[in-house]
Design a protein around this ligand. Structure first.
Ligand SMILES: NC(=O)c1ccc[n+]([C@@H]2O[C@H](COP(=O)([O-])OP(=O)(O)OC[C@H]3O[C@@H](n4cnc5c(N)ncnc54)[C@H](O)[C@@H]3O)[C@@H](O)[C@H]2O)c1
Length: 334
């Protein structure tokens, strides 16, 4: 099969590419490198430094493609409150552009990566796929809007759609010099530089992390199984709940770092308890958590050590700066 991966220089896109190549598929992909690195793209994949919003270019690149994996996104939930144009352009609009090009080229299946931000604040956790979405920030709204328009386009034009909801996946190749996201990678990068991590609020907000190798197999099955067409499926764990304080503590112990975090005020709209149910992924895709948090973090530490810890790069514009904007960003505290 010929598989096209948008965002192939990113974290999930590059791991999906590796797994598809290992199975003997032809892989081609694009990335505008706003959040990824060329080094992440596997050598055997055909790579184009292009933006999904460039419709004409996408129409050319998608010729002869069987399946599209759409991972390209500015996946910045916190930043989206302050840079809504940037985030919606690269979350909602780029999905419309890529889907339009895919339909023009008679692509059979479009696997869309959404986000747990689609659920927003719910009365009940863990979040299940049948819940009514109540996204709380521009990122979640853009993700959910993309789902709605993709569903509409796919229904009308007869392209198969699968919506994956990856959540809190961590691992090597995640951008670690980015001050706006990827809490585990940020903490590792800081501690390896001998610097204290910054925690928003009390640090008692809970997350459930999954290591990338536990998720890739499920993500790849979405290209081939017939029983996933039209479905929304959470991809990630629902077993090991940890607080951000515990995460910092675990990383510090693995590195051998004396921890004394810097606490800052809560970020607006940050979801306090966010976990998704993995029942549907277990049932349809055989999802199983194999890596423990410690194992996953150890591999990430080894990766960042090998690459060399780096200063943080404030490479994205803050469109709105006011009293709500986190000081860590306005004062470039990382
Ligand atoms: N990693 C996770 O835990 C997680 C959680 C929830 C959702 N997701 C979703 O999965 C997808 C992949 O996430 P990731 O963690 O690999 O992020 P990532 O930032 O590592 O990868 C995204 C890639 O898309 C590229 N990109 C952004 N806008 C683009 C555009 N307009 N045209 C071309 N390329 C563009 C970036 O340069 C980057 O390389 C995203 O849609 C994200 O929202 C991931």
């Amino acid at each position: 099969m010929k598989i096209f991966i948008s965002g192939i220089a990113g974290f999930l896109g590059s791991h999906i590419a590796d797994a598809m190549l290992a199975k003997g598929h032809e892989v081609i992909g694009c990335d505008n490198l706003i959040g990824g690195e060329k080094d992440n793209v596997p050598d055997d994949a055909e790579f184009y430094e292009d933006d999904c919003n460039d419709l004409e270019r996408m129409q050319k690149l998608l010729r002869g493609v069987d399946v599209v994996y759409h991972t390209a996104c500015t996946a910045y939930e916190g930043l989206s409150v302050f840079s809504p144009k940037l985030v919606s352009e690269n979350t909602y609009l780029n999905s419309v552009s890529l889907a339009s090009a895919a339909i023009k080229n008679n692509v059979r299946r479009f696997v869309h990566c959404s986000s747990m931000a689609r659920y927003g604040t719910q009365e009940i956790v863990p979040f299940t796929e049948d819940m009514i979405c109540k996204p709380q920030d521009p990122y979640g709204i853009s993700k959910y809007s993309a789902e709605l328009i993709l569903r509409n386009l796919c229904d009308v034009h007869g392209m198969e759609l699968v919506i994956a909801v990856p959540h809190n996946i961590i691992g090597p190749r995640q951008k670690f010099d980015d001050p706006f996201r990827n809490v585990a990678s940020i903490m590792i990068n800081l501690m390896l530089q001998g610097r204290q991590p910054i925690i928003y609020g009390s640090g008692e907000q809970k997350r459930c992390f999954s290591f990338v190798q536990d998720d890739i197999d499920c993500l790849n099955k979405l290209a081939f199984q017939n029983d996933v067409v039209g479905e929304v499926i959470n991809i990630g764990p629902d077993e090991e709940f940890v607080t951000i304080n515990h995460l910092a503590d675990t990383i510090a112990k693995l590195i051998g770092f004396k921890l004394n975090p810097i606490y800052l005020k809560d970020r607006p709209q940050e979801v306090k308890l966010a976990t998704c149910s993995a029942d549907k992924a277990r049932r349809l895709l055989g999802y199983q958590t194999k890596y423990t948090l410690e194992q996953g973090l150890s591999e990430m530490i080894a990766y960042i050590e090998k690459k060399g810890p780096r200063p943080f790069s404030y490479h994205l514009p803050l469109e709105i700066v006011n009293e709500l904007t986190p000081k860590a960003w306005t004062d470039k505290m990382f």
